[in-house]
Write a protein that binds this ligand. Structure first.
Ligand code: CUA
Length: 159
């Protein structure tokens, strides 16, 4: 089979680029603890504020295994609560949902990053190794106030 010289170059180039992408995904998944969301749990967006699963907004709950659960709700154009204090070095399980439209939830400088889709509860667990103030930003366009939609995680020294 005769393959044109330039076509051969492009075939190899495409192969190398694909291999590079797969490597980057693999390395970042392992090195930075990134993985796709796998938790599927539904909720009626109109009943979030009376649902027992979100009855502890703003007060982190210590689970029997020592994990700390943090519940937050996104509403145009804020996070409720807008500020949460958690200890460093502990497993923090975020349980999040949206009361209206699709929002994003990204804690800058960490691997915490998920979408908040109305009707679903997003859940992930992370550990903050450094104390300090972390900015939460909404990274899904959700309307006129999207650019102002932010919150704060304050990571304190564990006592
Ligand atoms: Cu909420 Cu953008």
């Amino acid at each position: 089979m005769n393959i044109d010289f330039y076509e051969r170059i492009w075939m190899w180039a495409a192969g190398v680029i694909i291999a590079l992408f797969v490597t980057v995904i693999g390395v970042s998944a392992v090195a930075y603890g990134l993985h796709p969301p796998s938790h599927v749990e539904t909720i009626d967006p109109s009943k979030i504020f009376t649902d027992p699963r979100f009855s502890k907004l703003g007060e982190p709950v210590v689970m029997p295994d020592g994990t700390i659960e943090v519940q937050m709700v996104a509403v145009m154009f804020a996070f409720a609560p807008s500020e949460v204090r958690v200890p460093a070095g502990r497993r923090i399980r975020f349980r999040l949902t949206s009361a209206d439209v699709t929002h994003g939830f990204l804690i800058s400088g960490t691997n915490a990053n998920t979408m908040l889709v109305p009707g679903y509860i997003s859940q992930f667990t992370t550990v903050f190794t450094r104390t300090g103030d972390y900015l939460i930003v909404c990274h899904e366009f959700c309307g006129n106030g999207h650019d102002a939609m932010s919150g704060r995680i304050i990571v304190e020294d564990a006592k």
